[in-house]
Design a protein around this ligand. Sequence first.
Ligand SMILES: [Zn+2]
Length: 65
Amino acid sequence: MTAETPHTTTTLDPRLLAILVCPKCKGALTHRSAEQALDCPACKLRYAIRDGIPVMLIDEAAPLP
Ligand SMILES: [Zn+2]
């Protein structure tokens, strides 16, 4: 599935963001609104946000640059 949507002003629900943790280490995530991603500094992983929905899957996570 190619979900390359053009840059929309996706505002992630703050309540959702508050309960989201890294599925790997259960640590807090850093919201990167510019990259549409959630970063886990501890695991050095980046979880994508697709259409405003965070993809909280370790298998789908990309290593932090
Ligand atoms: Zn983590």
